[in-house]
Design a protein around this ligand. Structure first.
Ligand code: NI
Length: 154
């Protein structure tokens, strides 16, 4: 396992659309292991492939004792609304409010290629949306309350 370098806001790879994973092989497993380690040493609750320069649809999330690996995740339903502060390992030391659904259900594949669904509320719902946005080249500052001002200051 290895800790990967996390790309920061301004790196154009963060605004690229990631490609679906097609091979559930050993390379994918070591990528996921690296992502988990990188997220943990960075004290993050989620990490997406593009954040380490891997333009593939892979996400890891860890909230308390729930650890999730999501390959090719898709939001299948969402309801309600929440408006809470978010941050991102690619946008250090900046937090801002983002509108998200209160509950989301996501369909994804695990590291062995088995499909599963997960429903998240509150923080997990925000995190699922935030990480899936990364796969589509979207950062939270692209939709947060003061994100535009933040970008103009940079
Ligand atoms: Ni992020």
């Amino acid at each position: 396992m290895a800790v990967r370098n996390i790309l920061k806001f301004g790196d154009e790879r963060l605004s690229k659309i990631a490609k679906p994973v097609t091979q559930f092989d050993d390379d994918l497993k070591s990528l996921l292991d690296d992502m988990r380690e990188t997220m943990r040493v960075s004290n993050g609750v989620g990490l997406a492939g593009p954040q380490i320069g891997v333009l593939r649809r892979v996400v890891v999330i860890e909230i308390d004792d729930l650890y999730l690996e999501l390959i090719n995740p898709e939001i299948v339903s969402s309801k309600g609304e929440q408006y809470e502060d978010e941050g991102c390992l690619s946008v250090p030391k900046y937090y801002d409010k983002v509108k998200r659904p209160k509950v989301v259900t996501v369909k994804a594949f695990d590291r062995d290629g088995k499909e599963f669904t997960v429903t998240g509320k509150k923080l997990l719902a925000r995190c699922l949306c935030h990480e899936i946005d990364h796969l589509n080249g979207i950062l939270f500052i692209d939709k947060s309350e003061n994100g535009q001002k933040f970008k103009e200051r940079r």
